[in-house]
Design a protein around this ligand. Structure first.
Ligand code: NAD
Ligand code: MG
Length: 393
């Protein structure tokens, strides 16, 4: 069997490192790494390139170029710096691309891989939230395969039989509930970044950890699921499941529910996408259900977690709204992490930005175009910046 050529966008992050770990453990010759990218962390990128024998490295931040050059000296690995270098990495002819940049920053590199018809393992949910329609149209045009890496969507993908699409009644995304599942509003109001980032079950990057604490992560995932599985949002439910063992479910016409389970370790869904349509070994801990004994489920609390309704509202509104929602959330999370606003202010900022954006985007670029998405993203950032400044403590 010839090697699968792979590129990792966001190689230094939590998902990127988990992917590298699987590649490094795979049998010799299974994967041939073409390119790795990161934002600024040149040292860690160069170490990854050495570990898996990558041919090209790119940092998005121009200023990190000299550090990358120094860290790669003598390795023969070629490199680039700046946003165009990341796009070049995505455009190289790898069979398989892991899209694991965090936030809307991942949109254009992911799109570059989709446009050339690669098999795209999609972790970067924000790209789909802000440009889902365009991304799927481009995939249909190029023949790109989109493999969901988000654990819930990966689970649904495995349980969803496309031949029985007409018989699918709904899908269910599980949510751990995050660190504030049982917290009262006063505790949430006072929560520090350190408390909010401490996820009870999953180990992840800072932004998605905060999104899990507000449950905006699940809101973004509802939108992600609607795009990936071509379902109306009425058929996408959320179920709180603190043990994070059942990752996603598909309900069929006969009342049967198919679920995918496993220990909460991203290497299982990543491995599913990496080996797809085959399977591969992973070092992930095996699930011992007898030892776990019980699994629990509860409905999400829509009052303490308004992010769910905000995301559903933005998806229903369509147009610029999902991109505004996503951009405003990125700004609000950054403002919370830097101590500018409180925890409950995150969703307040998003809500205010969405309300203020209702007039839409000025200058009217063609709806659904990349320019329209970028304009909506910029608008969301501007409005959220204003809202956060008003709330600043
Ligand atoms: P992370 O913060 O750990 O890593 C982000 C990666 O993106 C890093 O390699 C960073 O260098 C790169 N990056 C950041 N800003 C960039 C920019 N402006 N330009 C280019 N590269 C940039 O994030 P993560 O937790 O690995 O999450 C990555 C994506 O996967 C997110 O969209 C997240 O929602 C999704 N996801 C993550 C997990 C998880 O377990 N961590 C689970 C499901 C989905
Ligand atoms: Mg998820």
């Amino acid at each position: 069997m010839s090697a699968r050529t792979v590129t990792l966008l966001g190689a230094t992050g939590s998902v990127g490192q988990a992917t590298l770990d699987l590649i490094a453990r795979a049998p010799e010759g299974a994967y041939d790494v073409m390119a790795l990218t990161a934002n600024t962390d040149a040292e860690s990128l160069a170490a990854a390139a050495r570990r898996v024998g990558a041919r090209f490295c790119a940092v998005a931040d121009e200023r990190a170029g000299p550090a990358l050059e120094a860290a790669l000296a003598g390795t023969g690995v070629t490199w680039g710096a700046g946003p165009q270098a990341v796009l070049d990495a995505a455009a190289m002819e790898a069979d398989w691309v892991m899209a694991a940049i965090v936030g809307a920053a991942g949109l254009q590199p992911t799109l570059a891989a989709v446009r050339r018809g690669a098999c795209v393992a999609l972790a970067n949910k924000e790209a789909l939230v802000c440009a889902g329609v365009m991304m799927l149209e481009e995939a249909a045009r190029s023949g790109a395969v989109m493999l969901p890496v988000d654990s819930e969507h990966n689970a649904v993908f495995q349980a969803f039989d496309p031949a029985q699409r007409d018989q699918v009644r709904r899908i269910i995304l599980t949510a751990s509930g995050g660190p504030f599942r049982r917290a009262d509003l006063e505790t949430m109001r006072q929560a520090s970044p350190a408390q909010a980032v401490a996820h009870p079950t999953w180990s992840m990057g800072a932004k998605i950890s905060i999104d899990s604490a507000t449950m905006m992560n699940k809101g973004l995932e509802i939108i992600e699921a609607c795009h990936l599985f071509a379902l109306p949002q009425e058929q996408v439910d959320v179920l709180v499941h603190p043990e994070a063992i059942v990752h996603g479910l598909v309900e069929y016409a006969d009342g049967g529910l198919l679920a995918q389970m496993g220990c909460p370790d991203m290497r299982t869904p990543i491995a599913h996408a990496l080996a797809w349509p085959a399977r591969m070994e992973t070092p992930v801990e095996r699930l011992d259900l007898a030892q776990i004994g019980q699994l629990s489920f509860e409905a999400p609390d829509l009052e303490r977690f308004p992010a769910l309704a905000l995301a559903r509202g933005a998806f229903a509104a369509g147009g610029a709204a999902p991109a505004v929602l996503n951009a405003a959330n990125e700004v609000a999370v950054a403002a919370f992490l830097s101590g500018q606003i409180g925890f409950l202010d995150i969703t307040a900022v998003v809500s205010e930005a969405l309300a203020a954006s209702e007039g839409g985007v000025d200058g009217a670029p063609a709806p659904g175009s990349l320019d329209a998405v970028l304009a909506a993203d910029a608008l969301g950032r501007r409005l959220a910046g204003k809202a956060a400044a008003k709330l600043a403590r």
